[in-house]
Design a protein around this ligand. Structure first.
Ligand code: NAD
Length: 476
């Protein structure tokens, strides 16, 4: 099949490369000439495991090319995919200008039989706007159809997710039988592996994407609330999550407590769904709370830090991890940025390290020279710890999982770790002489200062109950 993919970012490039790998002829289109130049020479402008090899292979096979020539790309493609960005506007509504720009080009240069496949995440009702735009710009009427094919891949495992998705959702009008046949042919390799395809009406397909991301965000915020509760109740959030996850109705994923969600999707899609609800006269009360809980987490981490470093002015704070999650260099809505800004405003000095996103962070802070001068972008995790008053673990990169405690203790001014991702084994950190704070971890022998005080008070209360046997006492 001949395919044009508009937008060569995380989603568009994975789609273009994946479709070419499946034997299709693909042109990737973007407005960013620099990006197109890099891609044409086999260089990926961002970090995504496994994509570079497949890009080079398909360029060499002649199945994949990149161009900014919109007209030729639309003439070439039987299927025109939109994978352009839909960033949030100031009022949190999704900015549809790039998608409608692709629709405009489709209207101008499209012809009979072409199919517009929308992969960008868009609010319910956008397909109608796409159709209106196509018709507005078409020189003469032609037969086309618009499908909604939301994307669920995750940065860090984009290619794996492309080839082995949990499901394929296609919103389509019942009359568009030829388009359905084309999509069945396109996705045959996945369908033959047993990947379920759900054909739905277009509006439901658009809602499925936002609903899925908002539900995942809800699970994370639920666990973060529970983590705070566990801290007070003396329970361990990881143990609780494991017990919950063994219930098949709940499942094991998205039950990690910590610094919360970031990235280019969850925060923006949650906000856009809330906003769309408001536009329709509906108040998404639950989702507003999910958002609120997530927003307060960086401050929770700062409060934990301030228990041990009360005066942040001129304190040296090390951060391990900047990207919003491991295996990506994406810093969009990353909790690290909020933490860094908050610490810098308190006049702390920062020493940061991330395996892949350092250059992005440097570029972001270059625009704020007053902050930039206070940040050391370290060459390694150990270098970031030189004379540090505390270490904050911000992203759960595997390479931070098993630190050499003796080494890091020798580098730091004070042995203090605030683990924002519950990454370390608490017992090991404590036995190595560190003050260790987590998000909701409570294990025998591991108690936060607050918990210790609470237990002490409980014990004192118990001594007044003269005839209560020790073995019967359960401390609250
Ligand atoms: P991105 O910002 O990485 O890439 C978007 C690309 O589109 C950029 O290269 C930009 O230059 C290009 N572009 C903008 N206007 C264009 C135009 N008129 N014509 C051609 N190219 C144009 O975005 P992304 O992360 O790949 O996300 C794309 C869409 O997919 C968004 O709607 C997003 O919500 C959704 N999505 C993203 C992910 C993810 O993990 N990143 C997952 C699922 C869905």
């Amino acid at each position: 099949m001949k395919i044009a993919v508009f937008g060569c970012g995380y989603v568009g490039l994975a789609t273009a490369v994946g479709l070419a790998e499946m034997g299709n002829e693909v042109i990737g289109v973007d407005i960013d000439e620099k990006k197109l130049g890099m891609l044409s020479s086999g260089q990926v402008p961002f970090f995504e495991p496994g994509i570079q090899e497949m890009l080079k292979h398909n360029l060499a096979e002649g199945r994949l090319s990149f161009s900014s020539d919109i007209h030729s790309a639309i003439q070439f493609g039987e299927l025109i995919f939109s994978a352009v960005g839909t960033p949030p506007k100031k009022n949190h509504e999704a900015d549809l200008s790039a998608v409608l720009n692709v629709a405009e080009s489709f209207g101008r240069y499209g012809s009979n039989g072409k199919i517009f496949v929308n992969k960008s995440t868009v609010p319910v009702g956008t397909s109608e706007k796409i159709r209106e735009t196509i018709e507005l710009f078409a020189y003469q009427p032609f037969d086309y159809c618009v499908l909604s094919n939301p994307e669920f891949l995750r940065e860090g495992t984009a290619m794996q997710d492309f080839f082995h998705p949990d499901r394929i959702v296609i919103g389509i009008e019942p009359k568009d039988l030829d388009a359905k046949k084309m999509m069945d042919t396109l996705y045959r390799p996945m369908i033959e592996q047993g990947v379920p395809v759900q054909y739905t009406d277009i509006r439901s397909a658009e809602v499925i994407k936002y609903a899925s991301n908002s539900f995942l965000a809800t699970r994370i915020s639920f666990m973060n609330e529970l983590a705070e509760f566990c801290e007070l109740a003396g329970a361990d959030i990881k143990t609780v999550a494991k017990g919950m996850g063994l219930d098949k109705r709940i499942g094991t994923t998205f039950l990690d407590a910590g610094l919360g969600f970031g990235g280019s999707c969850l925060p923006k899609d949650l906000a856009a769904l809330i906003e769309k609800g408001e536009a329709l006269g509906f108040d998404f009360e639950l989702l507003k709370q999910v958002q609120k809980i997530n927003q307060k987490l960086p401050e929770r981490m700062i409060n934990k830090l301030k228990k041990y470093v009360p005066n942040l002015q001129d304190a040296t704070i090390a951060l391990w991890g900047l990207s919003f999650k491991p295996k990506t260099d994406d810093l969009r809505e990353a909790p690290s940025l909020k933490l860094m800004k908050r610490l810098l405003k308190a006049k702390a000095r920062l020493q940061v390290f991330d395996p892949v996103s350092m250059h992005h962070a440097e570029n972001i802070f270059l625009e704020r020279p007053e902050f930039f001068s206070k940040i050391t972008f370290a060459g390694s995790a150990h270098q970031a710890l030189q004379n540090a008053d505390a270490l904050l673990i911000v992203t759960e990169w595997d390479e931070f999982r098993n630190p050499d405690y003796a080494k890091i203790k020798s580098l730091m001014k004070q042995p203090i770790i605030i683990d924002g991702r519950n990454l370390l084994v608490p017992k090991e950190a404590l036995e190595s002489g560190f003050i260790y704070e987590s998000f909701g971890r409570n294990l025998p022998g591991l108690q936060s200062q607050t918990q210790k005080k609470r237990s002490l008070k409980s014990k004192q209360r118990v001594t007044y109950r003269s005839n209560v046997k020790k073995s019967q006492v359960v401390l609250e």
